[in-house]
Design a protein around this ligand. Structure first.
Ligand code: IPM
Ligand code: MG
Length: 365
């Protein structure tokens, strides 16, 4: 990739966003040195940081920067203590997050338990003994988040009625199902499609559509689970899963549940990918965590692993991405832990010390 084309919009945002993104940038600049890459980073405000600076959670300049960049490296937005000062529709989560995810239908959320973190998992050792290495492929531009009608209306007799609509077309389901099948081909060859086809019409179309595609991917073993059963199996027998593909809301909920398997939410990266028109978007899934912001104790590994996903998915830099992931494995194997990973807080290192530890361990293999 030539220097001109590698433009990264950096949006640190709120809470621990700036702290963890700073460590991600340290690691990316080490990748530049070791691999001779050149990235052009441009920072812009988003979330409450942008509301304070420009009056809106997603200023036009930030939107334009993202549109003109090759990838967006995003921290987190949101601060529940400030929410009451704004109507729900103007808060950072819907405005900035949903605004920047527009056109990006595939949300990849890998959940991996590093073997030496098995102690950090709240599940019994024998439950996670088989290993946890799951990719959740969440549909990101349809379903309840966007379906119309939507909203609240007063009722003549008093009270209100509220409506959200879950709608999916065959084309939307095929598009995300193909991401699931192709992901399974590149991993363990197993795809579990999750729905609620015993009740929901959207899920019946989902199951029929996914099933109809299976013939095109004979090397993938397809299975189906109802979402309630999936929620149970994830914590009963997580090693059963390879790739999970599911609709927007189910994927939102299941990915938070699955994050517990990784020992800490602070370990989980994500990517939002589209068909090429919209700028791919990369964010750690932990959110702004205002309770620990500014203390230097956040875990930067989710942001650092998010940087690796950006290199792999936006720039096709697989060796560079692997070098970051290996450095994370090495640091964990060396016993380095941030506070979220060391139960009693004993021996925990700071956010920036963890970033430094990853930087030191990045090398060409
Ligand atoms: C997530 C979050 C968001 C979502 C919210 C904050 C809009 O929960 O990234 O999982 O529901 O997608
Ligand atoms: Mg969520």
């Amino acid at each position: 990739m030539s220097p001109e084309t590698t433009r990264i919009a950096v949006l640190p945002g709120d809470g621990i966003g700036p702290e963890v993104i700073a460590e991600g940038l340290k690691v990316l600049s080490r990748v530049e040195d070791v691999f001779g890459q050149r990235f052009r980073f441009t920072e812009a405000p988003v979330g409450w940081a942008a509301i304070d600076a420009c009056g809106t959670a997603l200023p036009e300049d930030t939107r334009r920067l993202c549109a003109e960049s090759d990838a967006v490296f995003f921290g987190a937005v949101g601060d529940p203590s400030r929410d009451p000062s704004l109507p729900p529709g103007e808060r950072p989560e819907p405005v900035a997050l949903l605004g920047l995810r527009k056109g990006l239908h595939a949300n990849l959320r890998p959940v991996r338990l590093h073997p030496c973190l098995a102690d950090s998992s709240p599940l019994r050792p024998e439950v996670v003994a088989g290993g946890v290495d799951i990719l959740i492929v969440r549909e990101l531009t349809g379903g309840l988040y966007y379906g119309r009608p939507k909203g609240r209306t007063p009722l003549p007799a008093g009270g209100e009625q509220a409506v959200d609509t879950m709608a999916y077309t065959t084309a939307e389901i095929e598009r995300i199902a193909r991401v699931g099948f192709r992901s399974a081909q590149g991993r363990g060859g197993r795809l579990c499609s999750v729905d609620k086809a015993n009740i929901l019409a959207t899920s019946q179309l989902w199951r029929d559509t996914v099933t109809a595609l299976a013939g095109e991917y004979p090397d993938v073993a397809l299975s189906h689970l109802y979402v309630d059963n999936c929620a149970m199996q994830l914590i009963r027998n997580p090693s059963e899963f390879d790739v999970i593909v599911t609709e927007n809301t189910f994927g939102d909920i299941l990915s938070d549940e699955a994050s517990v398997l990784a020992g800490s939410m602070g370990m989980l990266p994500s990517a939002c990918l589209g068909d090429g028109a919209a700028t791919p978007f990369f964010e750690p899934i932990h959110g702004s965590a205002p309770d620990i912001a500014g203390q230097g104790i956040a875990n930067p590994l989710a942001a650092i692993l998010t940087a690796a996903m950006m290199l792999r998915h936006a720039f096709n830099l697989a060796p560079e991405a692997a070098a970051i992931e290996q450095a994370v494995d090495l640091a964990l194997a060396d016993g380095l832990r941030t506070a979220d990973l060391s139960p009693a807080g004993a021996g925990a290192i700071s956010c920036s010390a963890m970033g430094d530890a990853i930087v030191e361990r990045i090398q060409r293999s």
